[in-house]
Design a protein around this ligand. Structure first.
Ligand SMILES: *[C@@H]1O[C@H](CO)[C@@H](O)[C@H](O)[C@H]1NC(C)=O
Ligand SMILES: *[C@@H]1O[C@H](CO)[C@@H](O)[C@H](O)[C@H]1NC(C)=O
Ligand SMILES: *[C@@H]1O[C@H](CO)[C@@H](O)[C@H](O)[C@H]1NC(C)=O
Ligand SMILES: *[C@@H]1O[C@H](CO)[C@@H](O)[C@H](O)[C@H]1NC(C)=O
Ligand SMILES: *[C@@H]1O[C@H](CO)[C@@H](O)[C@H](O)[C@H]1NC(C)=O
Ligand SMILES: *[C@@H]1O[C@H](CO)[C@@H](O)[C@H](O)[C@H]1NC(C)=O
Ligand SMILES: *[C@@H]1O[C@H](CO)[C@@H](O)[C@H](O)[C@H]1NC(C)=O
Length: 384
């Protein structure tokens, strides 16, 4: 397991002192990025092969033809027992009991590391904080930070894109239910989300086309909104004003290995999605079997991406869990295996050799848990 504390220490010392010395605008940005850091990580500016890998692709490249590595539940990287204990007062206000942290933790490195290591698609799950005042990040009942708001974290992405204008990012935003006893995707929450996504700064950084993906050239230096929410409590003009692709929760079949979702009915633009996050294995099945079921669903969708519907979007979620099983498979066990009980490793280990066989092919967007392990996973993905 990689030591997060080592990475964080490296981050702190790598930020040159005096970099913010010049203006009030710089101080304001420093404050926002500091607030974002419990989720985004401490900002670090790096330039290398992986931070600018999209330079290798021409402006004319269609986004649906690209291979985009992503992370599932990207904001859970610091959800340890210590964080769960530290947020207990807040989850008490939400009037929820929170299962053990292993249930929720899907990553180990902050967003800034993901960006610098080549990840370009992010899965952000939001809801109101316990006072219904700000939009923060959750994974079900797990409250990930009261300080870092959605708005703060967006500024981290904006800064990173300014530093890496060759790159483009995909941001999946999903309302997370069951965060509080009385949680609701109500009009107040939807209005605040709308305001955040249509503010002048958001209009500058989000690709403004709607219901279609264009070329890399059109999207460089910008974010594409992957909208896994509806604004059903607001007049339809609000929905009309939002950019990006819409994956309505009502069309996203729960725990399905093969969702076919038409996100643009006028032009019949379709996404092929695998989101079989909880293998339907019999209770008592072992980790190896659960991993195999998930691996099968994942590779089936990726294989479809390599040889079917070449102009459609493919979005595969390699992430999974089986908390209903006894003993439970946490996301970590599914992704990385459980030591000697899983001689062939987890889904990530199995995917390395599978991906190695897909050289030169389109696999689409693939979302990983614990994306940094084994380290050959992202290297393999980026060299496809
Ligand atoms: C980009 O292309 C160059 C030259 O072909 C290659 O050396 C480099 O490894 C490529 N970068 C990535 C991230 O694949
Ligand atoms: C990670 O969580 C621990 C425990 O809650 C906390 O002390 C630490 O500051 C967090 N790290 C960041 C970068 O927020
Ligand atoms: C937050 O909103 C929910 C749903 O609208 C409501 O039931 C709850 O009482 C509110 N909580 C607070 C602290 O205002
Ligand atoms: C829409 O596209 C799908 C394949 O992507 C095809 O199966 C279907 O027949 C098309 N529907 C229409 C109305 O063209
Ligand atoms: C997974 O796929 C392999 C190869 O197609 C098959 O032999 C195996 O039975 C499948 N396993 C599960 C658990 O679905
Ligand atoms: C994982 O390994 C631990 C320690 O060997 C064991 O207690 C646990 O039951 C295992 N879980 C699964 C799902 O295999
Ligand atoms: C897991 O289950 C499979 C199929 O029943 C079996 O072949 C394998 O030996 C089991 N693994 C362990 C570690 O018990």
């Amino acid at each position: 397991m990689r030591g997060v504390s080592i990475s964080l220490a490296a981050l702190v010392t790598s930020w040159p002192s005096g970099v913010w010395s010049s203006s009030l605008a710089d101080f304001a940005l420093e404050k926002v990025l500091d607030d974002a850091s419990p989720i985004f990580g401490s900002y670090i500016k790096q330039t290398n092969r992986k931070t600018e890998w999209m330079k290798n692709y021409s402006d004319e490249t269609l986004l649906v033809h690209m291979n985009i590595p992503g992370t599932h539940d990207s904001t859970t990287w610091n959800y340890t027992q210590a964080t769960q204990d530290a947020t207990r007062g807040l989850t008490d206000l939400n009037q929820v009991t929170v299962p053990v942290p292993e249930t929720f933790r899907c990553q180990e490195l902050p967003l800034i590391h993901m960006l610098n290591m080549g990840i370009r698609a992010f899965d952000l799950r939001y809801a109101f904080d316990p006072t219904n005042t700000t939009i923060i990040f959750y994974h079900s009942q797990a409250l990930l930070s009261e300080i870092a708001t959605l708005n703060d974290v967006l500024f981290g992405f904006y800064q990173w894109l300014d530093d890496h204008p060759s790159e483009t990012l995909f941001l999946s935003l999903q309302y997370e239910g069951s965060t509080a006893k009385y949680a609701s995707n109500d009009a107040a929450l939807q209005l605040q989300l709308y305001d955040t996504l249509t503010s002048p700064v958001a209009r500058h950084y989000f690709v403004q086309t709607k219901d279609q993906l264009g070329t890399l050239g059109q999207a460089r230096g910008k974010l594409t909104l992957m909208r896994r929410f509806d604004l059903d409590q607001l007049p339809s003009s609000y929905t009309d004003a939002l950019p990006g692709l819409h994956f309505s929760p009502s069309l996203w079949t729960d725990n399905s290995p093969d969702i076919v979702l038409t996100y643009n009915t006028k032009e019949n633009l379709t996404a092929y999605i695998e989101d079989y996050y909880q293998p339907l294995t019999p209770i008592g099945s072992n980790a190896t079997e659960n991993i195999q079921w998930k691996y099968n669903a994942t590779t089936e969708n990726i294989l479809k991406a390599t040889n079917e519907h070449s102009d459609s979007l493919f979005w595969t979620w390699a992430s999974s869990t089986n908390t209903d099983n006894v003993p439970p498979e946490w996301p970590r066990i599914m992704a990385l295996g459980n030591g000697s009980l899983t001689p062939t490793g987890g889904v990530n280990d199995l995917l390395v050799s599978f991906l190695n066989q897909q050289n030169g092919k389109r696999v689409g967007i693939v979302m990983f848990d614990f994306y940094d392990q084994p380290s050959s996973l992202i290297d393999t993905f980026l060299s496809l």
